[in-house]
Write a protein that binds this ligand. Structure first.
Ligand code: FES
Length: 116
């Protein structure tokens, strides 16, 4: 999808069915934070803590350098990436794994209080 000169893609979180929009210049974690989930890790956003691991199951993406301390070569070959180091190049579907799953899979604050 393109709005003006900014190319945006749809990102689907398979675990919850939620979809958010992510510009090609934004990493996947940034859009996820906009869903209003409490506890989404937002202190690092630079590949330095490893909590934002996701598995891309569909779509094209690019990544910035990811530490092998957090994503092994085998994991990367399976589509496992750090969301804060990954940028969509098409619509993407992903599964949340690891520490991120606990926070993403709880109901959003907006949904919990009936604002959605
Ligand atoms: S938020 Fe720390 S590695 Fe992604």
């Amino acid at each position: 999808m393109s709005l003006g000169s900014i190319t945006r893609h749809q990102v689907k979180i398979i675990d919850t069915g939620e979809v958010y929009t992510c510009a090609k210049s934004q990493h996947l974690l940034k859009g996820m934070v906009s869903l209003g989930k409490r506890g989404i890790p937002s202190g690092c956003h630079g590949g330095g803590c490893g909590v934002c691991k996701v598995r891309i199951t569909r779509g094209e993406y690019i990544t910035k350098v990811m530490s092998r301390d957090y994503v092994t070569a085998d994991e990367e070959a399976e589509g496992i990436v750090l969301a804060c180091r990954t940028f969509p190049r098409s619509n993407v579907s992903l599964e949340v794994i690891g520490k991120l799953a606990k926070n993403v899979l709880r109901p959003s604050v907006k949904k919990k209080y009936g604002f959605v």
